[in-house]
Design a protein around this ligand. Structure first.
Ligand SMILES: NC(=O)c1ccc[n+]([C@@H]2O[C@H](COP(=O)([O-])OP(=O)(O)OC[C@H]3O[C@@H](n4cnc5c(N)ncnc54)[C@H](O)[C@@H]3O)[C@@H](O)[C@H]2O)c1
Length: 310
């Protein structure tokens, strides 16, 4: 399968960054964004990112902003959707995409948690529809989860994995279409327990973050949880789990503390407070620290053995 022409739908945080990841690998990208002002700023935004990570700004010229969806996808080999996390909106976008894109184009959603099978339910040719879950910022984080929905074909999954490898990404195959796929299930299991620790008065939010960052967080980039279990021994893991698992939080929905924060307008850095207080300078300093940290990982795939691929 020749996959050279890429189309992206939505040029927000993720869409413009995904476009950048393809453009820096020399691919031409057409990108449709509904908001005219945002559309006009796509190349400047990508140039600013490229400057920040010390890459050639010329890559931005390979990105063509489009004012209509049909024009963006008409000749596409691959279409990646990155509009807001709303099932009805995504279904509507894919109906338009299917009507305008070539019949054999690969179609992918960048949803964070919505099952791909639900998003693609209304399509006629579902064997070429799948998830590609990128991480922010898409041009710095190597991993992309390639999600097999109920009707996705094996050849189409393999073609998408091949394309992502060819542009220097590290694709992994998610074989079942579970909400949150792999990474977000792991991440939000941790967040639930973090919130429970604060709710139950064990410690404050700053302490939760300090414990993660200065202890097992230091190892995570080179030692995954199951590598860690093998390192200490599965017998020790079993003993620990007998004690701790019955005591971990199992609240089946969003916890009261999170709901209260949102209801009272404590929306995080954008409102100056969330679990913690944030001055604009503190928020900016943390963002800069994160960008510098991500920049220290050289090589697209980072350390560690590659996972099995199929
Ligand atoms: N933010 C993250 O860290 C992250 C990470 C992985 C996946 N995701 C997922 O990626 C998707 C996009 O997230 P984001 O953070 O980039 O959102 P965003 O709000 O930054 O960007 C969405 C963009 O889509 C545009 N848009 C809305 N409706 C449109 C339409 N019908 N056609 C074309 N453009 C349209 C908006 O104007 C906006 O620019 C969501 O599904 C989200 O869950 C986000």
């Amino acid at each position: 399968m020749q996959l050279t022409r890429i189309a992206i739908i939505g040029a927000g945080l993720m869409g413009h960054g995904i476009a950048q990841a393809f453009a820096t690998a020399g691919r031409e990208v057409a990108i449709y964004e509904a908001d005219a002002e945002r559309r006009a700023g796509i190349r400047a935004r990508v140039r600013a990112n490229l400057r920040l990570v010390g890459q050639d700004e010329a890559a931005a010229d390979l990105i063509s902003p489009c004012g209509d969806l049909s024009g963006a996808v008409a000749a596409a080999d691959v279409v990646i959707e990155a509009v807001p996390e709303d099932l009805a909106l995504k279904q509507q976008v894919f109906a338009q995409v299917e009507a305008a894109a070539p019949a054999n184009a690969l179609l992918a959603s960048n949803t964070s948690v919505i099952p791909i099978t639900h998003i693609m339910a209304g399509l006629r040719h579902r064997h070429r529809a799948m998830g590609t879950h990128w991480w922010n910022p898409p041009y710095q984080i190597p991993l992309v989860e390639v999600v097999q929905a109920r009707d996705t074909g094996a050849a189409e999954i393999a073609a998408m994995m091949g394309l992502l490898s060819a542009i220097g990404k590290m694709p992994v195959h998610v074989r079942k279409d579970v909400p949150g796929f792999i990474g977000n299930r792991l991440q939000h299991a941790l967040w639930r327990e973090a919130i429970a620790l604060v709710e139950n008065g064990v410690c404050d939010a700053a302490t939760v973050d300090a414990v993660v960052k200065a202890s097992f967080g230091r190892r995570l980039a080179v030692l995954g949880p199951l590598e860690n279990a093998d390192l200490v021994g599965t017998d020790l893991a079993l003993m620990v789990h007998r004690y701790i698992l019955p005591d971990l939080d199992r609240t089946p929905g969003p916890q009261a503390l999170l709901q209260e924060l949102v209801a009272s307008g404590r929306l995080g850095m954008k409102s100056g407070a969330g679990f913690r207080e944030w001055s604009p300078d503190e928020a900016q300093a943390l963002r800069a620290t994160l960008a510098r940290h991500l920049d220290t990982f050289s090589g697209a795939n980072g350390p560690g053995p590659a996972p099995e691929s199929d």
